[in-house]
Write a protein that binds this ligand. Structure first.
Ligand SMILES: *Cc1c(COP(=O)(O)O)cnc(C)c1O
Length: 366
């Protein structure tokens, strides 16, 4: 089966997938408790811990779903109505997180940057942590609408010192941006399959700390049944122990593909994969600077997984790239939506040189 793309997908997710991942979707359907799926599922959970750089006592979860479902799972398993939380808001997905928490009946303090493309203030966070009983701090590791990368290590530290959980949306970051879950003592790091893990959409994934699980155990207002960590925990434990189990049918083809993708990341080495993303981002930024274009993120804050860039004098750039076979995205942040575009450079595309070469040669020629 040939999987030659007619165009290269370089939006901030979904992104290109490896030929091995693509091929796995043509495998015959298998039972979710067949030896093949049990092995893939168990091995994928082990792989997640390694890619997340999470401790041996952390718990990975993978369920059918989107990034938004992962957000909901993280929120409803850590907070109850009446709790107070902070959202470090660096764009569109911070707004979504806050909205979700408000629906859960949580009192939310949002910390914004002074301007779009800035970093939400760490001093303000420290201040709120000092003056309120904060149960959890949420941050978007990379906000896909602004291309800003949060200083997740500092946020995790401030939260920890104040006795709050730290919960990070890694949907546009995990397996692309440096994140050391164990070293940084972060409590939840979640993602979705279609971003830097380079899989089709359809999986919600997260690794959670012992403290986060403990928080869930002490809850009185329970999360929705289908998102409940405690319903899923025995299932994850069974698969990791190489036994089949059932709570709700896992998306078997995606789980097999996840195992392949994680193995590819680990084969290259997670530190090397972080560096791949750094070099890809450096090259794209240099090409954009040569074109006279300006990034949305302020200096030093630009993510390695995508670039958010003002159109400047190139209002046709999305169409120009499309006509040359590279699909990039328009804006997402409602306040500047029509003023900028976004290029995703994450996952398989940056581990494999071809897509990056294609992008860079087009950028240098237009
Ligand atoms: C894409 C994205 C989401 C939402 O993921 P969906 O799968 O579209 O629900 C959430 N947070 C961030 C940072 C994202 O990039």
């Amino acid at each position: 089966m040939q999987n030659k793309p007619i165009s290269t997908l370089m939006i901030p997710g979904p992104v290109e997938i490896s030929p091995e991942v693509a091929k796995s979707f043509a495998e015959p359907i298998a039972s979710h408790v067949s030896p093949k799926i049990i092995e893939a599922h168990g091995s994928a959970l082990e792989g997640m811990r390694k890619v997340w750089l999470a401790g041996a006592d952390s718990q990975p979860f993978v369920i059918a779903g989107s990034g938004t479902i992962a957000m909901e799972m993280a929120a409803t398993n850590t907070l109850e109505p009446g709790d107070t939380a902070v959202v470090m808001n660096s764009g569109y997905f911070g707004d979504r997180m806050a909205k979700m928490l408000v629906r859960r009946g949580v009192l939310v303090h949002s910390v914004f940057a002074d301007e779009i493309g800035g970093h939400p203030s760490l001093e303000k966070l420290a201040d709120i942590l000092k003056n309120h009983n904060i149960r959890a701090v949420f941050g978007t590791h990379v906000d896909t609408s602004t291309g800003v990368r949060l200083d997740a290590q500092k946020v995790a530290k401030l939260a920890k010192d104040a006795g709050a959980l730290s919960i990070f949306d890694g949907v546009c970051a995990t397996a692309g941006e440096v994140f050391r879950m164990e070293d940084w003592e972060a409590d939840v790091y979640f993602t979705a399959s279609q971003k830097a893990l380079a899989l089709p959409p359809g999986l919600a994934l997260m690794v959670v700390s012992k403290s986060a699980l403990k928080r869930r155990r002490g809850m009185e207002v329970l999360p929705p049944l289908s998102l409940d960590w405690l319903e899923w925990l025995p299932i994850m434990e069974a698969y990791e122990g190489r036994k089949g189990s059932y709570f709700s049918t896992p998306p078997t083809h995606l789980i097999s593909a996840l195992n392949i993708s994680l193995s590819q990341v680990l084969e290259r080495g997670i530190e090397q994969v972080f560096e791949d993303h750094q070099s890809a981002a450096d090259l794209v930024r240099a090409a954009l600077a040569d074109m006279g274009l300006t990034l949305v993120p302020k200096p030093g804050l630009a993510a390695n997984t995508l670039s958010a860039v003002y159109y400047g004098d190139r209002p046709q750039i999305v169409q120009q790239l499309k006509s040359k076979g590279v699909i990039i995205a328009g804006g997402l942040h409602p306040e500047i939506k029509d003023q900028y575009f976004r290029i995703g450079h994450m996952g398989y595309s940056v581990r494999d040189g071809e897509d990056m070469d294609r992008l860079l040669s087009i950028l240098s020629g237009i």
